[in-house]
Design a protein around this ligand. Structure first.
Ligand SMILES: Cc1ncc(C[n+]2csc(CCOP(=O)(O)OP(=O)(O)O)c2C)c(N)n1
Ligand SMILES: [Mg+2]
Length: 812
């Protein structure tokens, strides 16, 4: 299959002297352009709001050599890269030189529509592979992308390329403080990930200051213990040569022992300070005078700051020296602000060169005044040669893989039983898909952080197997020990089992959710986790959505309906996450047939790309997105019905009248999810007094409200005066001053907004406080989402029309 074939560099590809000189010249131009881009945004472009625009010139400077080497020499078209967020201007400058980024976008850096502060797959124009910004996540996602790359290659789903690409993270050293990086490393070790490079820009600075000494000793050991090859790029060629000369051994020892803070301060102070310090610290060392006398201050400063990560030849040797497809970590020693007047200063993270400093930097780089944006103006190498070099850059030959065709989703039948939970229905539907073995089954890849069984994936896993690069049979089955679950692992398995780390789940979904665009391979990732722990991985979920990844995530069980399991396992706020999270269509069905309808739609929705015809409630329906299902383990009685086309449409748009209201009715109940029986029971009692009362099943508060907002915007822009959203149409039959009782096993604000749509009076019921252990009736009564509470709220809703009319038995 070739999944194990290494895509490795080798010393044979090591560029010659001329090419190294070319790369060094380009590196200077790239750093110039990146610095100028930031300067232009802050000091040249008119500032219309008085806010600091910002940008990170020092972070760019420390990464310039590494990124030049990678993008202009080492990377191959199939490689995919996550760029350290604060080096975004360096990335854009490189793309600009390669003709893949416009000057207008650079001029508009950090302005509306221009190049983004941090590389963005969705908002940038120049072919970003992985978004970055929330530190650590861009790093972690490369690991899961490499795992996914193996998956699609071993399943024959990739776009037919011969060699796998390397998944590369160019990362800040402080990103290693983020726990998600280590969670990912352990998972990568379990899955034996390959073709993965992490290039650490080890400038020993974070945002607030200089990082701990010797921390990297620990980090190096950690990488080693999970099977990575660690390559240190510590000294440049000039320093290495000096180590062989007079006082060389002592100089090396001095540098090795120098605390990070001191080295940084000396870097900031420059040549004279280095001289003084070395004279003092190495007094009496033989050869010291010869060493120091051989350099003027500038030359001594250049020598002392000649670290591996700024020495093109050393960097290239490091990258081209890789001999296998094992994961590689490069610890590249760099200087934050290298070659800038900000170099080494502990406060330089957000520091900007002032106009005078920028002027000096322009002169240093031989950039003629007025030609700041001209990519090749006054370079020491002839423009023709530079252009020829750039047009041969391997990475520049890359083309975005064509989007793999969408496939049509077969009808999904609802599992049938008198009573069932949505979680059970989910498991049975996946099991049926797995059994049918069609294209949908082949494209689904499931993943779960150690809760595959308790989220009901067992049936699917039994049919489709567990993924691993190597065959690992189930020892329990080999020993004929009875178990309902087969755990045969191998390259054809379709479930990727993760350890308990919800960050990893969402980064896995992020990587798998863009595999059509990364690898030309269409998969439908389905992840499951306990609903409260959505919050544990929330930033990674946000990150996945920001990359426009396509996946289905199932949060189950959820809410206080999880009764005896106890407080912190009972999710309260997740419905609000479902509403607020961009790029994620959230559903909370009550019945198995609703879930089947939603899943059928979701398998298509996750494939949409803005082209073709789709059932449209508003724009996002054409573009598609990810899906979040909030499910429950509470079994409830199932309606016996066929879902017709109109109901199907309504379920997808967010809700339908499961009991139609009479025109002009004065009261209605709107519920979502697992409280359907309570809502129905309350409604049955309510209609005895209010015969026209309606019962609204809300399948997606998220889509209902999104449709409402879209229609509002359209009307307010004056484009679509006649725009009517689904929720507006649903609520039209109610009397203008009708009361609506909303009820949900989650935060009441998930539904209470419904009163704002047409100005109805809402009595919202839901859970505002931590749950606790208890029986379901006890908890529903205590948290006031049972039928009695609903009836009491209906009575309150009717006040103002007919005065107080207590309805529940409890209130009588
Ligand atoms: C999750 C997260 N927390 C905080 C920040 C704010 N922040 C931006 S950069 C940074 C420090 C970065 O240091 P490092 O990774 O070493 O980058 P470099 O020194 O190369 O700029 C911090 C804390 C962030 N972007 N993301
Ligand atoms: Mg740093």
């Amino acid at each position: 299959m070739g999944a194990g074939i290494a895509n490795i560099g080798c010393m044979m590809n090591m560029p010659g002297k001329n090419d190294i000189a070319m790369l060094e010249a380009l590196e200077r131009r790239i750093l110039w352009l990146a610095s100028w881009t930031i300067h232009n945004a802050n000091h040249v472009r008119p500032n219309i709001d008085g806010l600091k625009v910002g940008g990170h010139q020092s972070s760019c400077a420390s990464a310039a050599t590494l990124m030049t080497a990678l993008y202009l020499n080492v990377l191959e078209p199939e490689d995919r890269v996550a760029v350290k967020p604060h080096a975004s201007p360096v990335f854009h400058a490189i793309q600009y030189l390669l003709g893949r980024q416009s000057r207008a976008n650079l001029e508009n850096f950090r302005a509306l529509g221009g190049a983004q502060s941090y590389p963005s797959r969705t908002k940038d124009a120049d072919d970003v592979d992985f978004s970055t910004g929330s530190v650590g996540l861009g790093v972690g996602v490369t690991l899961f992308a490499s795992l996914l790359q193996d998956y699609v290659r071993l399943h024959g789903l990739a776009d037919g390329r011969d060699a796998p690409g390397r998944m590369v993270a160019i990362m800040g050293d402080a990103e290693l403080d983020e726990g998600n990086v280590f969670e990912a490393l352990l998972e990568g070790w379990k899955h034996d990930v390959r073709n993965l490079w992490w290039v650490i820009d080890y400038n020993r600075h974070s945002l607030d200051g200089v990082v701990n000494d010797h921390l990297f000793g620990r980090i190096r050991d950690f990488f080693g213990s999970v099977g990575w090859n660690v390559v240190e790029l510590k000294y440049g060629k000039r320093l290495k040569a000096a180590f062989q000369g007079p006082a060389g051994g002592a100089l090396r020892q001095w540098i090795d022992d120098c605390p990070n803070q001191h080295y940084s301060a000396l870097t900031f102070m420059g040549g004279a300070a280095w001289r003084e310090r070395l004279k003092g610290d190495l007094a009496g060392t033989s050869g010291l005078s010869e060493l120091l006398d051989g350099h003027d201050d500038d030359s001594l400063h250049r020598l002392m700051t000649n670290l591996g990560g700024h020495d093109m030849e050393t960097v290239l040797e490091g990258f081209h020296g890789v001999e296998d497809d094992r994961p590689h970590c490069f610890i590249a020693y760099t200087i934050k602000g290298h070659t800038l007047p900000l170099a080494g200063h502990k406060d330089n993270h957000a520091g900007l060169m002032n106009p005078q400093q920028m002027e000096a930097f322009r002169a240093l780089n031989n950039v003629p005044e007025g030609q700041e944006w001209e990519p090749f103006a006054n370079m020491e190498i002839a423009e023709k040669k530079v252009r020829a070099f750039l047009s041969d850059v391997p990475f520049a030959q890359r083309e975005t893989p064509p989007a793999p065709a969408r496939f049509s989703v077969p009808p999904i039948a609802a599992p049938v039983a008198d009573s069932m939970s949505t979680q059970e229905a989910f498991g049975r539907i996946l099991n049926d898909i797995g059994k049918a073995d069609g294209e949908l089954a082949r494209r689904i890849v499931t993943t779960s952080p150690d809760v595959a069984i308790s989220t009901n994936l067992a049936g699917w896993i039994n049919r489709r197997g567990v993924f691993h690069r190597d065959d690992k049979p189930d020892a329990f089955r080999e020993q004929s020990i009875a178990s309902p679950l087969k755990w045969d692992q191998g390259p054809s398995g379709q479930h990727i089992e993760l350890g308990i780390a919800e960050n990893n789940l969402f980064l896995m979904l992020a990587a798998a959710g863009i595999s059509d665009r990364l690898f030309g391979a269409r998969v439908i990732p389905v992840g499951t986790l306990y609903d409260p722990f959505v919050a544990r991985g929330l930033d990674s979920l946000n990150y996945a959505c920001y990359m426009n990844a396509r996946f289905i995530v199932v949060g189950t069980p959820s809410g206080i309906a999880l009764a005896p399991e106890g407080g912190a396992h009972q999710s309260v706020s997740s419905p609000l996450i479902g509403i607020a999270q961009d790029g994620l269509a959230a559903f909370e069905p009550s019945y198995a047939d609703e879930l089947a309808t939603i899943l059928e739609w979701s398998f298509d929705y996750t494939q949409r790309d803005g082209s073709g015809e789709s059932e449209i409630e508003w724009l996002r329906d054409v573009e598609g997105g990810a899906v979040y299902l909030r499910l429950s383990t509470r079994a409830i009685g199932q309606p016996k019905r066929e879902i017709d086309a109109a109901t199907r449409h309504s379920i997808m748009a967010g809700g339908y009248w499961i009991r139609e209201p009479a025109p002009g009715t004065e009261v209605a109940i709107a519920y979502t999810g697992v409280v359907a029986p309570e809502a129905l029971s309350a409604w049955e009692q309510l209609v005895e007094d209010s015969p026209g009362a309606g019962l609204l099943a809300v399948t997606s508060a998220d889509r209902l409200s999104a449709g409402w907002h879209a229609a509002e915007r359209s009307r307010q822009h004056g484009e679509g005066m006649g725009a009517r959203s689904h929720v507006e149409r649903l609520l039209e039959p109610l009397a203008p001053d009708a009361g609506i009782v909303t009820v949900t096993d989650g935060h009441p604000e998930a539904l209470s907004w419904i009163g704002g749509v047409l100005g109805h009076r809402v009595k919202p019921l839901g859970v505002e406080h931590f749950g606790q252990s208890g029986s379901l009736p006890d908890l529903f009564a205590k948290y006031r989402i049972d039928a009695d509470a609903i009836l009491d709220a209906c009575a309150a809703a009717l006040i103002g029309r007919h005065g107080a009319r207590p309805v529940s038995k409890a209130a009588e």
